[in-house]
Design a protein around this ligand. Structure first.
Ligand code: DCP
Ligand code: MG
Length: 240
């Protein structure tokens, strides 16, 4: 079967093997397929740790994580990671063509698939402006991309695998508001459940669900309107 991408956390607690204290405490939330979930919180709040549990990069110590109602600990790890696109906080590009960089990890991707992923990631128009287009070489001997262009290239890399769930760890921080909105709309159009770690209120405005983490606990969750009405910390972030 193919995933719909409804993710549920039930009382999830997580601690790294080598640390004394839990970094996530009793986290519960539920997403609907194809929706946008924004994760906010100060540095060290546990945002990266939370999304890393979804493709089982780590195992929680307590609680259950489900995708489409199935406990992910019963799913084949390869299948799980094939269905989940992960764009890590640290961008990794190598000396090679744009095409090779997007296809990294899926070397059998066709040019059509690469272009489709680049269009979704809102980077196609930039790529075709280079004289060599998708054959443009990146790195020391080639073109240097801006921070936001690099972010979109790594998002395209995740999308070429056609994931049902996409994890974006601070991957839109350098994008302008309009480009980010176009990206989120494109992901909605293909019904890809998107977890977007962000510090920007502009990204949470259109999220279906906002998770606000503080010191590993879920301080508040809801829509922008709900959090503006109920959550003092969110109000402070909004006004700052
Ligand atoms: N931590 C740890 N071992 C790791 C990674 C993190 O002990 N391998 C700790 C550091 C923090 C806590 O876990 O105290 C949460 O770390 P996260 O990376 O999940 O925090 P954020 O992603 O929210 O922080 P940032 O915004 O800086 O990326
Ligand atoms: Mg992080």
């Amino acid at each position: 079967y193919t995933m719909n991408g409804a993710v549920t956390f039930e009382h999830v607690t997580f601690q790294y093997p080598d640390t004394a204290a839990a970094v996530l405490h009793d986290i519960s939330f539920e997403t609907k397929p194809g929706t946008t979930v924004a994760i906010m919180g100060a540095t060290g709040a546990g945002k990266t740790s939370l999304v890393g549990l979804i493709p089982r990069l780590y195992e929680q110590n307590a609680g259950v994580i489900k995708i489409d109602g199935t406990d992910i600990s019963t799913l084949n790890t390869e299948y799980l990671r094939d269905s989940i696109g992960y764009v890590p906080q640290e961008i990794i590009l190598f000396t090679g063509t744009i095409r090779e960089n997007i296809a990294w990890g899926k070397e059998d991707a066709t040019l059509d698939e690469i272009i489709e992923a680049a269009k979704l990631a809102q980077i196609h128009d930039t790529i075709i402006q280079f004289p060599l287009g998708y054959d443009t070489i990146l790195g020391q001997k080639g073109v240097n991309l801006s921070g936001g262009q690099k972010q979109r290239l790594t998002i395209a890399r995740a999308l070429v695998r056609k994931p049902c769930i996409l994890l974006l760890d601070d991957s839109t921080s350098a994008l302008d508001v309009r480009t980010e909105a176009s990206l989120l709309q494109a992901l909605r159009n293909i019904s890809c459940t998107t977890f977007l770690i962000t510090q920007k209120i502009s990204s949470t405005l259109h999220a279906d669900l906002i998770l606000l983490l503080e010191d590993g606990s879920l301080l508040a969750q809801g829509s922008h309107e709900e959090l503006i009405a109920d959550c003092a910390l969110y109000q402070r972030i909004y006004e700052s």
